[in-house]
Design a protein. Structure first.
Length: 58
């Protein structure tokens, strides 16, 4: 019985530890930064090319 208690308390330690995703403001900042980097790296150059293509075609 006592060994079972030790196992349950040791396994519960990992559930109560703070991780980076537990900090909501930090997660929001990192997500915003990631979306901004992805947008400027991949979406923006093609969006400008596509806009110029459609602007020239009319």
């Amino acid at each position: 019985m006592r060994d079972d208690q030790n196992i349950s308390t040791e396994s519960g330690v990992y559930a109560t530890e703070d991780t980076i995703t537990d900090s909501f403001p930090l997660m929001v900042i990192l997500s915003t930064l990631l979306v901004t980097v992805v947008f400027h790296s991949f979406v923006y150059p093609y969006a400008v090319k596509m806009a110029r293509f459609f602007a020239d075609s009319f």
